[in-house]
Design a protein around this ligand. Structure first.
Ligand SMILES: Nc1ncnc2c1ncn2[C@@H]1O[C@H](COP(=O)(O)OP(=O)(O)OP(=O)(O)O)[C@@H](O)[C@H]1O
Length: 247
């Protein structure tokens, strides 16, 4: 579903991604892990076309981002780290506006809005201003919006940041249910390791490089770690030291 092949990105002389390669299969919950500054948002910026590709190749659902950007955009739903809802529009108006940007006709847009709101448990809030929703419900609305055009891959960039512990867990479980029930492929980026289950497929990014990839539980066993936190510390420490010596 997602192939990242030798991707490099620099901001001036600062190297944010240094030959990053990994691949995700179709379906399931995958996690992109990394401490602050690891390069997660840069990678998502490249996938979404917010940043211009400098080197390497990204393919989504078999389509090349460089050669078929429109096809890629149709296959990709994104929830960005910073909320991007219009607080003074209603829940439904936010969705309809987005649907029109994706070229959906009026009737289809209304149907998909109703369907996604029902799936996110927000149908009763459709005519309320977004300002009245709590943080967890706003995030669900952003997920509904990201799914309106029926993408194959849903990417969430630190979507749980700013939520309290209960809302964070509810959001995480909700996204996992989307994977199970709809066969979605989800890429969940986070620096909060308690959001990851042992059976999740994870890619660990540190200082612009992939330091490990595979099932979380297997990474723990391979590194002789009791917890994913311990495995993460062991795998990332040498790279953070090396990165400090890099321009
Ligand atoms: N616009 C920019 N200009 C210069 N350097 C940048 C810019 N954006 C990011 N960087 C640098 O690139 C590196 C990767 O940053 P990025 O935001 O992609 O990491 P991240 O893993 O998403 O971190 P966070 O969890 O803090 O968002 C960091 O060293 C950061 O300081």
């Amino acid at each position: 579903m997602l192939e990242v092949d030798d991707v490099e990105h620099r901001y001036g002389v600062r190297c944010a991604l240094d030959g990053v390669s990994f691949a995700l299969g179709r379906g399931g919950f995958h996690a992109l892990l990394g401490p602050n500054g690891a390069g997660k948002s840069t990678l998502i910026g490249l996938m979404t076309g917010l940043l211009r590709s400098q080197a390497g190749e990204i393919r989504i659902a078999g389509h090349s981002l460089r050669h078929e950007p429109r096809r890629v955009r149709r296959q990709l739903g994104v929830v960005f780290q910073q909320p991007t809802l219009d607080l003074d529009l209603s829940v439904r108006q936010n969705l309809l506006y987005h649907a029109s940007l994706h070229g959906l006709g009026w009737r289809q847009a209304r149907q998909r809005c109703d369907r996604e709101l029902a799936r996110q448990g927000l149908e009763a809030r459709a005519d309320e201003r977004v300002r009245r929703l709590n943080g967890g419900h706003r995030r669900r609305l952003e997920i509904a919006r990201a799914l309106l055009h029926e993408p194959a891959l849903l990417v969430l960039d630190e979507a749980s940041v700013g939520l309290d512990a209960a809302s964070r867990q509810a959001l995480n479980e909700h996204v996992r249910a989307l994977c199970r029930e709809r066969g979605m492929t989800v890429l969940w980026t986070t620096h909060l390791l308690d959001e990851i289950a042992p059976e999740d497929n994870v890619v660990m990014l540190c200082a612009g490089s992939v330091v490990a990839a595979g099932q979380a539980g297997a990474l723990c066993r391979r590194t002789g770690s009791r917890t994913l936190q311990d495995a993460f510390r062991r795998l990332t420490a040498p790279h953070e030291i090396a990165a400090e010596e890099r321009p």
